[in-house]
Design a protein around this ligand. Structure first.
Ligand code: GUN
Length: 294
């Protein structure tokens, strides 16, 4: 078998085109969605990510404002900046680019963002809502993966879904979303003994570990759907995922490439969440999204 490619770049564009129409409708009502992006320090990777987010905002008509704060900023001053944006009616979504410098407690920062503006979906309240299957803002990467599966008509109900990686940003919320959609979910990580015992039973395999090429062909069930969240830069400059793409594509039914798979979806879902925040603040959308099929 040669797996079909799940083209995240194309699917992301289809979703952006659809949501741009909703921005056009808002603009007709004199509402312009606004995203405030805070970046602390000048980590080169973070600057690239933030630049890509800002460009993507412009492409759909979201007004994005970037706040470049010095690496020496105190936690107190950063919290005050967030509060200012919480109270700014032109800002519908707030994003604080991670990681933050070590002297700042990330939990205090995420908790400070108003729940109604938490378009990253990282606030504890948002995380708690995930458990119920009724999400306020679904975290962008797992939400993007859900949309990739939906677009490709892959139903997860009753399937064995194995998530490798248990981060707060990807693995844990992904597992909760799949559970809400009635998949049977296992969560593994890089410490799991006998990883192949889990992966070889997976109908849906989602890998988010940051270990290049961790998943080999022999570990994958024939016909499985394989979603690769990893983005790893090798010493020779190549960008690769956590899945050995060339080997695994011979046994999987569907596979995401790196780059061009999950990556473009993450930014797209940030746009979706920001537009939804603007609609909600004008009472034009429901206050939550229901993934729960129970
Ligand atoms: N750093 C790496 N990924 C992300 C993300 O999705 N959101 C934020 N705020 N920071 C990140």
């Amino acid at each position: 078998m040669t797996a079909k490619l799940i083209d995240g770049k194309h699917i992301a564009q289809v979703i952006r085109d659809k949501w741009k129409l909703r921005v056009d409708e808002l603009i007709k009502k004199d509402i312009r969605p606004g995203l405030g992006v805070i970046i602390v320090g000048n980590d080169p990777a973070s600057l690239v990510y933030v630049g890509n987010k800002t460009k993507a905002c412009e492409s759909v008509g979201i007004n994005s404002k970037q706040y470049d704060l010095p690496v020496t900023i105190t936690e107190e001053d950063l919290l005050a900046k967030i509060d200012e944006l919480n109270n700014d009616p032109s800002i519908n979504g707030i994003l604080v680019q991670l990681p933050l410098p070590k002297h700042i407690d990330v939990n205090n920062v995420l908790a400070k963002i108003s729940v109604e503006k938490d378009v990253d979906g990282f606030h504890l309240y948002n995380m708690g809502a995930l458990v119920t299957g009724k999400m306020i803002f679904p975290p962008c990467t797992p939400y993007g993966i859900k949309c990739l599966l939906d677009y490709t008509n892959i139903d997860v109900e009753g399937k064995n879904a194995v998530v490798i990686g248990s981060s707060n940003i990807v693995g844990k919320p992904m597992a909760l979303m799949l559970l809400s959609m009635n998949a049977t979910v296992s969560i593994c990580n890089i410490y799991t003994y006998y990883l192949t015992q889990y992966t070889s039973l997976a109908d849906i395999l989602i890998v988010a570990t940051g270990v290049p090429g961790l998943i080999k062909k022999e570990m994958v069930k024939p016909g499985a759907v394989v979603i690769d969240v990893g983005i790893n830069r090798l010493p020779d400059g190549r960008l690769v995922g956590d899945v050995d793409f060339e080997g695994v594509k011979e046994v999987a039914s569907y596979i995401t490439p790196v780059p061009g798979g999950v990556g473009p979806m993450t930014i797209t879902m940030l746009l979706v969440n920001t537009i939804m925040a603007a609609e909600r603040s004008n009472k034009l959308a429901k206050p939550y999204i229901d993934f729960d099929r129970a």
